[in-house]
Design a protein around this ligand. Structure first.
Ligand code: ADP
Length: 295
């Protein structure tokens, strides 16, 4: 089993020629609500990639809560430890303009009420083969979950997004960090991915830097270095590519695949996701990944 301690958000997406300026109203051409949040996305990606997954997090007591819970459950994610707290669920309010650029306001809502894994969550983490973490919950809660994993000998895999400074006690408890190129640069101040990788390995045992259409770069403190190319595809929507990559990577690792193979499995899954619109709606099934992987 893989546990995911993280956020669930409803993405409220308006499509307009451009984002409004202050005081201005623009008429958009389409609106949709899409279940998301990095935690929920990674949980769904891992479940669809073939793992048993438990989601540890919180939703509010509004209509979005019901839809978020349902979306996770339909994807096969265990939501027994998804708490319902008073108030609104987390949302991301997104305007996508005609050039594909976006402006986003995230309101954490119920995610902001998560103070840490409770005793029961810690038991789930301890019974897992891996714990997936991101940074859309309050930092003390993320640190506590990473520590619970480390104390139980369970590898914690951290996607350090949205980008922010990381306390040493978090990095000390993480087994593998998976930033994209921008997050890696923010964390290390390094100007190239290779330099960023070296700097990350001073702080965590293993690191993967994802490089979008350029693939990914892996390194370990024991001296391994791997570079995997991205699968060449026509990208339609790269939302949640990184979350799909992290979820699938965790699945492959838990199955005991060697790192080179795990990276190819994750790249195959992420490449499939960028060929489809949306976040949770774009994550490939195990069968789709295996078919792409075999090519
Ligand atoms: P994030 O979504 O977190 O910004 P990246 O953009 O680095 O992360 O993408 C994560 C992974 O998704 C990449 O390592 C790659 O495997 C895959 N990917 C992203 N964009 C593309 C693309 N245009 N074509 C194929 N694969 C892609």
């Amino acid at each position: 089993m893989i546990s995911v301690f993280g956020s669930a958000n409803m993405d409220l997406v308006a499509y307009a020629s451009r984002a409004p300026r202050r005081g201005e109203t623009v008429t958009g051409r389409m609106f949709r609500t899409v279940p998301g949040g990095k935690g929920a996305n990674q949980a769904i990606a891992a479940a669809r990639a073939g793992a048993e997954v438990a989601f540890l997090g919180a939703v509010g007591d509004d209509g979005f809560a019901t839809e978020l819970r349902e979306t996770l459950a339909v994807a096969g994610v265990n939501v027994e430890r998804l708490r319902r707290v008073p108030g609104p669920s987390g949302i991301a309010h997104i305007v996508v303009d005609d050039e594909g650029g976006n402006s986003i306001v995230v309101v954490p809502g119920a995610n902001g009420a998560v103070t840490g894994p409770g005793k029961e969550d810690e038991a789930v983490i301890a019974a897992s083969r891996a714990l997936l973490l991101q940074l859309e919950l309050p930092m003390p809660a993320v640190v506590a979950a990473a520590r619970a994993a480390r104390d139980a000998g369970v590898p914690a895999i951290l996607t350090p997004a949205p980008s922010r400074p990381l306390p040493a006690e978090l990095l000390d408890a993480v087994a593998l960090i998976v930033p994209n190129e921008h997050e890696a640069a923010d964390l290390t101040g390094a100007s190239s991915p290779d330099a960023a990788l070296d700097a990350l390995l001073d702080r965590v045992p293993e690191a993967v830097i994802t490089l979008g259409a350029e693939g990914a770069l892996y390194g370990s403190r024991s001296g391994d270095r791997l570079r995997v190319p991205a699968v060449r595809v026509k990208a339609v929507d790269t939302t949640a590519a990184g979350d799909t990559f992290a979820g699938a990577l965790a699945v492959a690792r838990v199955e005991g695949r060697p790192m080179a193979e795990a990276l190819r499995f994750a790249s195959a899954a992420a490449a499939l996701s960028v060929q489809r619109e949306g976040a949770s709606t774009s994550m490939p099934s195990r069968a789709d990944i295996e078919a792409a992987f075999a090519r």
